[in-house]
Ligand binder design. Sequence first.
Ligand SMILES: C[S@@+](CC[C@H](N)C(=O)[O-])C[C@H]1O[C@@H](n2cnc3c(N)ncnc32)[C@H](O)[C@@H]1O
Length: 328
Amino acid sequence: MFTLIMGRWVSHLIYVAAKLEVADHLKRGSRTVEELATATEVQAPALYRVLRALASLGVFAETKDKRFKLTPLAVTLQKAVPGSMHAAALMFGEKYWDDAWAQLLHGVKTGEIPFLKAHGVPAFEYLEKHPDSLKIFGETMTNVSSTENPAIAAAYKFSGIRTLVDVGGGNGSLLASILKANPKLKGVLFDLPSVSTRANQDRYVTAKGIAERCTLQSGDFFEAVPKGGDAYIMKRTLHDWDDERCAKILSNCCTAMREKGRVLVVDAVISPGNHPDRGKLLDMQMLVIGGRERTKQEFATLFRDAGLKLIRVVPTKCPLSIVEGVRA
Ligand SMILES: C[S@@+](CC[C@H](N)C(=O)[O-])C[C@H]1O[C@@H](n2cnc3c(N)ncnc32)[C@H](O)[C@@H]1O
């Protein structure tokens, strides 16, 4: 139990290593703690103790004479590796998340949204007002997505679809993966204006072979989503919101889609039982911001409330599934 209680300390240690970019400083081989402290402009004795503690967990390894080297886990903290966890380590170590999580007990007692209690605005509004945090959030989503996108693109037969709308598509990395795998498919990337502007400068939907088949539209998915799509995909988007808000997003998709249109919700589907399940922990992050991860039954109810019918759940080779719905 004490090890579990110390979990928060571990997260702080990883944050310090990420902020100081220690993993990138070790790219060319092992270095002494003095060399690392000089390069990162911090105190060597304290840095040594941080790295020694991390090394006891498999993040970095101490060799001899207070020298440290990379381990496979430490490599994930490098900024440019595929699936990098650098931005995630930064994001979840930032004070605004600590402040939100500190209100979890309040949320459990009252049913209020912890993030709202801590910051006075919903999470995405907060991010819109804090461009540096929004940038790190975007990088976290991109990096997490890069490990998931190929599995999602491979799990579903997109070939029967002419136009796919990605609702809350972020920087467009999922849409770009799907368009790449399906050369006849057209895509519409839809997100908030600031996110859309960045996606337009990013490398995914602007890439050759993709840009010609992809348009970008911005707006508020609680108001409306782009019209005329054959399918509306939303990955890690519904889990940010409560049932009422999700029903609004889904019914906006239902209104906008073609006659035989479909929605493809890509999220964790929580299964029964007590086995380890990262989705159940991520559900706590969602509780903090006012969203939730859902079971198949909960998705079915959500779809029903939006005028849709859940027809199947397609598993993928990543922890997310594709929950497919059509007009009821
Ligand atoms: C958790 S992110 C998922 C991003 C992307 N689908 C992915 O998997 O990487 C949720 C997305 O919803 C977008 N979003 C939040 N509120 C929105 C709104 N009211 N209208 C449109 N998009 C919104 C955010 O900007 C963000 O890109």
